[in-house]
Design a protein around this ligand. Structure first.
Ligand code: ADP
Ligand code: MG
Length: 212
């Protein structure tokens, strides 16, 4: 059975995980974390409760600690509850490096404005909700601080793409740098995610947990 140390995560991350009683990665963590550390884009699917949050939180923190300047990652989720849960996960591990993060709940205009206000942060967890798009606002406000992100995460990506949030997602994509790692997670690989994989510029590592 593999341990988190086998995934070549920084020692301080292993210590934080040990502190909260986590020693062995779940299958999606074991398979996806090394690829993300290598720099690959990733689409990961496994049912609820498989530990998908740490699949992105650990590699982001692993890399962020080497270069903690500006907003390093933007995590988008479809609900407030998820945003706060993800924020808690980042906080529990990230307290060892004094991670600064903000959780912005609102339309994309809020995400962009919040990011601007929060230039000193490492991480922004944004929630998109299904109200009218903030594209006009997004264009009118300064999105400079989002131009430097290294990671974009779409958690519950099946709910964010191809549905009510689609327009807002496209708007935020246009405000982000080309050069970044994109990580997407959902319970199952949907047609939309297959399509995303096909049109992606980078070669995407796709991993789906098969129930046996
Ligand atoms: P998902 O996003 O796949 O639904 P979460 O990331 O919310 O799953 O994690 C579900 C629960 O599993 C959380 O309570 C989390 O702390 C726990 N967990 C995550 N990784 C591990 C692990 N490697 N070993 C034991 N528990 C874990
Ligand atoms: Mg989840």
């Amino acid at each position: 059975m593999k341990t988190f140390s086998d995934l070549e995560l920084k020692p301080w991350i292993i210590r934080q995980l040990t502190g909260i009683g986590l020693k062995h990665p779940t299958p999606i963590q074991e398979n996806c974390i090394p690829k993300i550390i290598e720099g690959r884009d990733c689409i990961g699917a496994a049912k609820t409760g498989s530990g998908k949050t740490l699949v992105f939180a650990l590699p982001i923190l692993h890399k962020l600690c080497e270069d903690p300047y500006g907003i390093y990652a933007l995590v988008l989720t479809p609900t407030r509850e998820l945003a706060f849960q993800i924020g808690d996960s980042f906080a529990v591990i990230g307290r060892a490096i004094n991670l600064r993060q903000s959780i912005i709940v609102g339309g994309m205009d809020m995400v962009a404005q919040g990011a601007e206000l929060a230039k000193k942060l490492n991480l922004t967890t944004g929630v998109i909700h299904g109200t009218e798009t903030g594209s006009d606002h997004l264009e009118s406000c300064n999105t400079f601080s989002l131009k430097q992100i290294k990671f974009l995460v779409l958690d519950e990506a099946d709910r964010l793409l191809g549905g009510a949030f689609d327009g807002q997602i496209k708007t935020i994509f246009s405000a982000l740098p080309q050069q970044k790692q994109t990580l997407m997670f959902s319970a199952t690989i949907t047609d939309t995610l297959e399509k995303v994989k096909q049109v992606a510029k980078n070669e995407v590592f796709m991993w789906e947990q098969k129930d046996d």
